[in-house]
Design a binder for this molecule. Structure first.
Ligand code: PDD
Length: 291
């Protein structure tokens, strides 16, 4: 059986087999979802934008007032060791920090003597099959039920989980989250639309995760002279879009060709998305794979 998680994993300063890695049931990640995470894609054993991922991890830790248990150099060393030990060239590195395990359950922060739990592992990077990418995927819109700090990459993901499960049960790949009549993002992705050749992206606010892939897509658009507007996108504009794309470290740039059961544009991946996909792949092969 191909293992999903490579051995060893990292837990609290040690590299050890997954089967030997244990966390207390009183860990606040388990009791409260009180923790943060990152997912870093690795191409040809080179982590993509590790500094930016570590900065976002730090921003999230600051946002939940939890001291980072590792320095950037220490995280970098952990990531490098996991990448070197894993059997795959393309990987996804998962990092998680929780507020640790106290000897009791209390919502308020535990005493300073309670140390955070730091966990990390490598898994193979799963990519979208060519046939799926070529026809695009279906998505639904749902009301955004999350809290008011969606810019923080926290492990408490219940609203995202319920939204994506609803999408799966309706035969769809993603749920697009609408708050107060505006598109924010997907349950596990950022969303772009195209109207009359202009690429539109929702702005980074506290109600959207600042995606590393989102940044790259905007950089590629700027670099290649693709017309771009960063502004709020209404639900009506979303439904009237010529193209809708989802972006994330694992989905890269993926066309949404059916939305709420209706075709987006002509129901096939549009020209701007296809162009962005080629720019992205070219960047991946010429920059990301070289480290
Ligand atoms: N999710 N928005 C949300 C809510 C996300 O969960 C993600 C990524 C993104 C895209 O961020 P990035 O481009 O940095 O991957 C946007 C990851 C892949 C996950 O939860 O596994």
């Amino acid at each position: 059986m191909t293992p999903y998680v490579a051995d060893p994993v990292y837990l609290n300063g040690q590299f050890l087999p997954l089967a030997a890695a244990g966390v207390s049931p009183l860990d606040r990640g388990f009791l409260y979802g009180d923790g943060v995470y990152e997912l870093i894609p690795v191409y040809s054993r080179h982590p993509f934008r590790l500094d930016e991922h570590l900065q976002r991890l730090q921003a999230t830790l600051d946002g939940i007032r939890l001291a980072n248990p590792l320095s950037s150099a220490e995280w970098r060393a952990v990531v490098e060791q996991l990448i070197a030990s894993a059997p795959w060239a393309d990987q996804s590195i998962y990092l998680q920090v929780t507020r640790g395990a106290d000897n009791k359950r209390d919502h308020a922060f535990p005493p300073a003597s309670v140390t955070p739990t730091a966990f990390a592992f490598s898994a193979p990077l799963t990519t979208t099959p060519d046939a799926v990418r070529a026809r695009g995927v279906a998505a639904i819109t749902v009301s955004d039920q999350r809290w008011a700090r969606c810019d923080l990459k926290v492990i408490s993901l219940l609203a995202n989980i319920l939204a994506r499960q609803q999408a799966v049960e309706e035969g769809c790949a993603e749920a697009l989250l609408i708050r107060d009549g505006y598109l924010k993002e997907g349950a596990a992705s950022n969303i772009f639309i195209v109207k009359a050749g202009v690429l539109l992206a929702p702005p980074k606010t506290r109600l959207m995760l600042p995606g590393i892939t989102y940044d790259l897509v905007i950089e590629l658009a700027d670099h290649h002279g693709q017309a771009l507007q960063i502004r709020e996108i209404s639900e009506a504009e979303l439904h009237d879009a010529d193209e809708v794309w989802m972006t994330s470290s694992t989905k890269e740039v993926l066309a949404i060709t059916t939305l709420d059961g209706k075709p987006v544009g002509n129901g096939t991946p549009g020209p701007c998305g296809e162009q962005m996909y080629r720019w992205y792949q070219n960047f991946k092969n010429t920059v990301m794979r070289k480290g």
